[in-house]
Design a protein around this ligand. Sequence first.
Ligand SMILES: Nc1nc2c([nH]c(=O)n2[C@H]2C[C@H](O)[C@@H](COP(=O)(O)OP(=O)(O)OP(=O)(O)O)O2)c(=O)[nH]1
Length: 171
Amino acid sequence: MEDCSVDWSVWQGEMPATLMFIVRDGEVLLIEKLRGIGMGKINGPGGKIDPGETPLECVIRECQEELHITPIKPVKMGELWFAMSDIPDIHCHVFTATEFEGTPTATEEAVPIWTKIEDIPWDKMWEDDAHWLPQMLEGQKFLGRFLFEGERMQWRDVQLEDAGVSGWLIS
Ligand SMILES: Nc1nc2c([nH]c(=O)n2[C@H]2C[C@H](O)[C@@H](COP(=O)(O)OP(=O)(O)OP(=O)(O)O)O2)c(=O)[nH]1
């Protein structure tokens, strides 16, 4: 991979966002995303953080809005820093949970898809996901930094456990 043109030591995401991956019995709750950034892709529920909201508040609200479920005791597992070419840079907080209230329900924003971990459809997901989601689903915390040109990943760096967590912008 070529050198990265981004100075990550001063990078600040312009658009804060969240993602949730609920895991139960060897399956992960994914969505087909019907609108917003990444429309048409498979992803976890999540979205942009509203002004005044914490990442935890946001990820719970997005699960309620997109799937009519409330995750219980979400755990922050990672940060994703996306330097983008055509949209504002995204700073995403990634959570997991093993319990939730409610029944995952299709909405105007998302269709729920329980997926066996070994069957995750990488070709329908963002290109970077294969570089941190497997590690996260094995319980490792992380910091992933990516440079995108449009929807194509140009550069990546993923740090696991303490090396990653120590770089988080928000604990
Ligand atoms: N897994 C994964 N998720 C990503 C990547 N890039 C990226 O923005 N996302 C996520 C972060 C957010 O959850 C989501 C983008 O926010 P959104 O457009 O869904 O936000 P929203 O629901 O608030 O938007 P809106 O439809 O109300 O305008 O996509 C990526 O490379 N991989």
